[in-house]
Design a protein around this ligand. Sequence first.
Ligand code: EPZ
Length: 419
Amino acid sequence: MSTPTIRITGGYPLTGTITASGAKNSVLKLMAAAILAPGSSHISNVPLISDVTLMAEVLEYLGASVVFGEHEVSIDTSGVQRHDAPYELVSRMRASTAVLGPLLGRFGQARVAMPGGCQIGARKIDQHLLGLEALGVEFETEHGYIEGTAAKGLRGATVVLDIPSVGATENLIMAAATARGTTRIENAAREPEIVDLAGFLTTMGAHIAGAGSPIVEIEGTDRLYPVAGHQTIGDRIEAGTYLAAGALLAGPLTVRGVDPAHLEAALRKLEEAGVEVSTGPCEVTVSRQRPLKPLTLQTQPHPGFPTDLQAQFMVLAALGGGSSLIIENLFENRFMTAFELMRMGADIRIEGHNAFVTGVPALSGAPVQAPDLRGGAALVIAGLAADGYTEVSAIEHIQRGYEGLVEKLQAVGAHIEQA
Ligand code: EPZ
């Protein structure tokens, strides 16, 4: 039985409106955070993607009950009695490590398989452990597992992160929510998903100040309460992916269901590439009358240019007149897509963290393989712009984080199907 692929015939205009789903990189943490409050929490604007299904599997393994509705989920964590996330689950989704903070915050113990690396890099968690140790957790590492215990409970502390790690900031905020005393995180990550998590925890009764800034302060509290309803923010990376496609095909294309402020750096880069950008309260419209211009971008922690849009913007650069430079500062190995784009005729030279892209008049459709989640999405939008027929394989990567990608693109004119 052949594995499914996405098939595209390029060159058709992309016009109309796409609605972004809820943010994958928020909802996974909101689901994990539900562990902190015994009872049933309810989350809406939940994307129908395989990573969400996997996080539900992790929670059910721990003893929670998870019931999905239409783009919503109810999680009852009263029955959680296991404190371990097994390798079988963590190896399929490294975001399972987001249960570390909540398990320690509620039970004072957690045993999580080391996530290991992935296609884009080492993905270490030393910052998570450094911060949690400051809160009184003692860790032992053996047989590929990290076991943390806080025999005397968690106590507030000041933690200065070496890097503004998104996952470490989230695990620390979740653990600190029930620690005795105040925790201060310095050099905290500032992503919108962290602000969304802080909002969810505040609704639970947590006391958090400064989420979204480099300094976050959490006043621990004895008990947290389940959340009756929380709407996940829109997915800025999904939205940015479709905006890049609209820019490529000249649009006009509107993406709604996302806060434009969450995409500031990417929108500025689109304008640098010669794209017209207009925004509404929860939507962005792109259009282009002139040829794409070259761009220089480097990925940075938020509010800098997001690494999760790097591959998608490389497609813009591949068709931009002139020489572009893309610098990937966050991950060691996040240029894999370039090698697939070269098979479509792109002119790219990789030197370490730098990708030197020389624009070509056109890409040509070809069979390509998705190297990872965002690279796979980038290859789909390259196919939309290429001459002829493109077939993208290994699309299970894409299904982790894009709800209804084929249907959403078909609805705005793309000749695309999944077979
Ligand atoms: C989150 O990963 C996102 N995933 C990633 O999105 C995103 O690329 C990343 O943040 C950066 O924005 C989820 O939220 C599920 P980090 P995370 O900790 O938390 C190094 C996607 O496509 N590091 O900020 O793992 C790490 O190796 C995914 O949706 C350490 O060295 O990111 C990486 O090079 C891909 N030690 C860099 O920092 C640590 O303890 C950024 O990692 C932690 C991280």
